[in-house]
Design a protein around this ligand. Sequence first.
Ligand SMILES: NC(=O)c1ccc[n+]([C@@H]2O[C@H](COP(=O)([O-])OP(=O)(O)OC[C@H]3O[C@@H](n4cnc5c(N)ncnc54)[C@H](O)[C@@H]3O)[C@@H](O)[C@H]2O)c1
Ligand SMILES: [Zn+2]
Ligand SMILES: [Zn+2]
Length: 363
Amino acid sequence: MSTKVRAAVCREFGGALQIEMIRLAEPGPEQVRVRLHATAICHSDISLVRGRWGGTLLPMVAGHEGAGVVEAVGEQVQGLAVGDKVVVTLVRACGQCAACRIDHPVSCDQMLFSAERSPLTDAQNGLLHQGLATAAFAEACVVHQSQLVKYQHSVAFEYAALLGCGVITGYCSVSNVAQLPKRQKVVVIGVGGLGLNTIQAAAAQRAWPLVAVDVLENKLQAGLEFGATHAVNATSNDVVEQVMEICAGPADYVFVTAGSAEMFSASLDMLSKYGTSVIVGMPADNEKVFAVDAHKLTDGRRLLGSKMGDVRIQRDIPKLLDRHQEGALKLAELISKCYPLEEINEAIADVEAGRALRNVIRF
Ligand SMILES: NC(=O)c1ccc[n+]([C@@H]2O[C@H](COP(=O)([O-])OP(=O)(O)OC[C@H]3O[C@@H](n4cnc5c(N)ncnc54)[C@H](O)[C@@H]3O)[C@@H](O)[C@H]2O)c1
Ligand SMILES: [Zn+2]
Ligand SMILES: [Zn+2]
């Protein structure tokens, strides 16, 4: 038994995604099939289908920020039933490995995406890889139960989809990884889908100044609308000086959500001796190495990495949906445009051209 759905298939890194009918295997004992209503496009999907992270996982269906309705459940699934509204994430956690046992599910060994386990095949019965353990650029997906968060909030699917990665990664990099105290001097470098949520979280902690840094004026404007107090264009060659002038000295916290090794280094140059830099953005494989002056760290600066904001999805996603309902978390304002699946290549091109905050595929 299998279910046929339309999906955007990547057959060649850098090539256009092809809309094809694919087959989804029936959910295994711990799996769930979700009929997707919306999937947002994260820059990680773009890096993946452009081949920036190498690998040979082709052909593949990407997409990992989804929301929809449970359509079928495996016999061992607990706490989810047909008809439930769910946020779909890539955080697949076994509950048993070393990372899961110390409550860091984002680092679970099961986050590996092996070909054998993919529930996807194409019309010729050829294997399709499940990009980012989800394959949400399709009308439905089959994922592990641990990847889903049931919710009852009355929120549009396209907003709920944003919680699948961009919102939680940006927000929880502040709340979980940095555990940002109140009233700190904060800089956010990269003001896209993740960075705007980093700004929202820092603004909730009354960061001041809260400096947005990006290479695009439209992103800087959005940063100010999401709570930044100042904006600095990173195309100028004195970014560090500008930030230090605004902060009247070095910053307490810098979050780098741009996938830029140059900015990872710059974050340490604008940081106080007791400051913290949090690395969130993911450069291409050939740009990921950067030099660190060890003395900057032995002076006391902290350099932290963030994998999806160290999110615990069952705890953090409902909390963020509550905040949205209280009017304290912007979601609608993150969406630049909704596209049908057939126009996914246009939606991606629009993001690459820097025009979109988040583009969403609506099924
Ligand atoms: N750590 C994680 O768990 C995790 C999770 C999801 C995404 N990511 C990564 O985070 C990054 C951001 O994702 P996104 O979806 O927000 O992307 P996005 O395209 O929406 O935003 C990136 C922003 O960075 C800006 N930018 C690019 N180069 C810059 C530079 N040198 N200086 C300042 N700004 C610059 C762009 O103009 C853009 O506004 C990507 O690399 C993505 O792969 C990481
Ligand atoms: Zn695990
Ligand atoms: Zn993502």
